[in-house]
Design a protein around this ligand. Structure first.
Ligand SMILES: Cc1cc2nc3c(=O)[nH]c(=O)nc-3n(C[C@H](O)[C@H](O)[C@H](O)COP(=O)(O)OP(=O)(O)OC[C@H]3O[C@@H](n4cnc5c(N)ncnc54)[C@H](O)[C@@H]3O)c2cc1C
Ligand code: SF4
Ligand code: SF4
Length: 635
């Protein structure tokens, strides 16, 4: 996978299976292969300007890294640079030890050839400055929900402290106004649709605000709360039942602020009590989703159609396809989606590319080679301990420097250091370099949960020629700093205990060898409704055998009983096409009137025994998709 950041598409030519894409790589004035992300240049740069990443609440420098864990972790210079504007300065060039600054860079045209394109251009939060009745941009203590996300974040402008702009004090009484820019047709500039995620993200923000300040008073002014889906109603109940939290069904606007106290007045109307006014320390506007700002230009470049709202136009039965063959769509460019939904659509778009490009599968893949593993089994353990700040997630609670000193006193620890983000590219390189330089043969990383990052750190050991099982991870974030955020001394003491245990375990680690097992490349899909059939077809079109099991006599599921969608699409016609495609596909075997008797085996090698119209069968498969739908509640 090649990541081309700071790059825009200029033109797309050709057709499905054979596109020629012209790109413009913008000059970052920093050589990507030389910059190590050390940020020395940032320290010395004299130009400060409002940081767009932190919603312009805090300041950044003309040369900076977009955010602390950016990929690639490479600095770039933007147009506020004094040298670019006035021809003076070049301080960054003077201090960069890696000679990475290059002011001669120009926009570079590139051309790539691809068979399919996925558009994942996302969305832009609605700009409430378009509406005078919210006071955004006018009253210092009125922020958007996006601003508030940054305020809540440990890598945000105040390292996770929620402070208001007027006096940098903690707001104690906070109001949220829902549906800002959504579900409104007047005045122009607002959107008629529901942005679908703001009710839920507001509940999250209320819960997090109460985590920050248990005594905070939180009021949510809403039209109605839309908490559809599996768990969101429970989420709503959780937020609503917190002490000091009010959800008020009303129409609300911001009328004024008090320049002396910074308090903001919200005027709202309820059916019971008519129009009322109330003062708050801070007001958060729950802004909805707009299409990306440059969407018209984007549509022209890619030759795709947009819907009436400016999001990508799709066919409801083929929601990952744009109007141009070979161009797929994923995420919020589809319209408002939350993260899980974005991931679902992304997987769908990926599968559709897989179907289209199946004939070329593996053409571009290259094998990764690791250095030969050093045999350290006879050596005394030499343990390196890397303690992560995780921005302020750990560092603002746990006394990281004292932990590093403590680690150095533990048996067999020969090296210890702190890292701002252990998972950043430069930190991983640092671990690899230290393994080599200090002759480490065991590594402990004290950071977050191993669930996400353990594979990355194991890989780091392999890069240094060490068996990956000489690695131990100490979770000092989820198990310590997050849950003991208010007991800093105790959290530091507990971190010492966790690290002592990890080091003790690391001393006893032994190398392990991984073996490759053959994988059965057939898939089993359980359930022959729309989801099961679509999935079976997608897998088969990617060249794999599929066994499709249906408990009824016929495929189709609940959709058999539906006739038209709201958009007027003919469900039966669609279903019949799908069933026909399934039966015609040579790689799909359909089993109807099926009952599963037994499932054994493990990932890559399952055996499922079934009884169906074909009699008893034993199916061998590597993966299983369960698409058995849902039953309706019987009132
Ligand atoms: C305040 C707020 C809080 C939220 N909280 C949650 C939450 O708690 N849980 C949750 O599930 N969801 C939450 N969401 C929703 C979440 O942000 C979206 O679901 C998610 O970001 C959608 O991901 P995406 O990749 O489709 O779009 P985006 O996140 O918008 O990403 C699109 C990317 O494409 C890039 N791009 C745009 N145009 C181009 C172009 N022409 N060429 C190249 N690149 C381009 C953009 O720079 C961007 O990096 C929240 C949303 C908001 C506004
Ligand atoms: S040349 Fe530009 S980016 Fe470099 S230090 Fe000066 S102002 Fe900052
Ligand atoms: S999700 Fe909630 S806040 Fe957002 S537009 Fe819909 S109803 Fe309004």
């Amino acid at each position: 996978m090649e990541v081309l950041s700071y790059t825009e598409v200029d033109r797309v030519e050709g057709e499905v299976g054979n596109f020629k894409v012209r790109l413009i790589k913008k000059p970052r004035y920093v050589l990507e292969d030389k910059c190590t992300g050390c940020a020395t240049c940032v320290e010395y740069c004299p130009v400060k300007y409002p940081d767009p990443f932190n919603r312009e609440i805090s300041k950044n420098k003309a040369i900076h890294i977009y955010y602390a864990q950016a990929i690639p972790l490479v600095a770039y210079i933007d147009d506020s640079c004094r040298y670019l504007r006035e021809g003076t300065c070049t301080a960054c060039e003077a201090v960069c030890r890696n000679e990475a600054i290059d002011f001669s860079q120009e926009a570079e045209p590139l051309e790539i050839k691809v068979g399919a394109i996925v558009l994942a251009a996302g969305f832009e939060p609605y700009n409430p400055e378009l509406r005078a009745d919210y006071g955004y941009g006018k009253f210092a203590n009125v922020v958007t929900s996006m601003d508030y996300e940054r305020l809540l974040c440990s890598t945000g402008p105040y390292e996770g402290e929620v402070l208001r702009a007027s006096d940098l004090k903690h707001p104690h009484k906070v109001a949220w106004i829902q549906c800002v820019g959504s579900r409104q047709v007047n005045p122009p500039g607002a959107n008629s649709y529901c942005s679908s995620v703001c009710c839920t993200y507001t509940q999250k923000q209320v819960i997090l605000t109460k985590d920050h300040d248990a005594g905070a008073e939180c009021t949510v002014f809403h039209n109605d709360i839309r908490s559809f889906g599996k768990d969101f109603e429970r989420f709503y109940a959780r937020a609503e039942n917190l002490p000091g939290v009010r959800f008020i069904r009303s129409y609300a606007s911001v009328t004024k602020d008090d320049p002396h106290t910074g308090k903001v007045t919200v005027r709202y109307a309820t059916n019971e009590n008519g129009v009322q006014e109330e003062e708050f320390d801070m007001v958060v506007l729950s802004v909805g989703f707009n299409p990306p700002g440059d969407v018209k230009d984007l549509a022209d470049k890619y030759g795709i159609e947009l819907n009436e709202h400016g999001f990508c136009k799709i066919n409801p039965f083929k929601p990952m396809e744009t109007s141009r063959p070979g161009l797929f769509i994923s995420g919020a460019f589809n319209g408002p989606l939350d993260i899980p939904e974005s991931v679902v659509t992304a997987s769908g778009a990926g599968s559709q590319c897989g179907e289209l490009l199946n004939y070329r599968r593996g053409d571009l893949s290259v094998e990764r080679f690791y250095p030969l593993e050093r045999d350290v089994s006879e050596e005394e353990p030499r343990i390196g301990v890397f303690v992560c700040h995780c921005g302020a997630n750990i560092g603002s609670v746990v006394d990281v420097p004292s932990i590093v000193e403590y680690a150095l006193t533990l048996p067999n620890v020969v090296y210890a250091r702190e890292q701002l983000f252990a998972c950043a590219t430069n930190s991983a390189k640092e671990i690899t370099a230290m393994i080599r330089e200090k002759g480490l043969n065991r590594v402990v990383v004290a950071a977050c949960s191993p669930r996400t990052l353990e594979p990355l750190f194991r890989d780091t050991l392999r890069e240094a020629g060490l068996n990956q099982y000489y690695y131990e991870m100490a979770n000092i974030r989820e198990h310590c700093s997050w849950i003991h955020a208010k007991e800093k001394a105790e959290a530091t003491a507990k971190t010492r205990d966790i690290i002592r245990m990890s080091v003790a375990r690391a001393r006893l680690l032994e190398p392990l060898k991984e073996i490759d097992l053959p994988i059965n490349k057939a898939a089993l899909v359980v359930g022959g409704g729309i989801a099961g059939m679509t999935c079976a077809l997608s897998i088969a079109r990617q060249g794999h055998e599929v066994y499709l099991l249906e408990k009824e006599r016929e495929l189709g599921g609940v959709a058999r009983r539906l006739h038209h969608t709201l958009e007027g699409m003919d469900v039966q016609e669609y279903l019949n096409d799908l069933v026909r495609d399934v039966y015609r596909h040579p790689l799909i075997r359909v089993f109807t009137k099926t009952t599963i008797l037994e499932v054994t085996g493990y990932v890559g090698n399952f055996v499922t025994r079934v009884i169906s119209e074909k009699g008893l069968s034993e199916i061998k498969h590597g993966a299983t998709v369960i698409a058995i739908g849902a039953d309706l509640f019987t009132p």
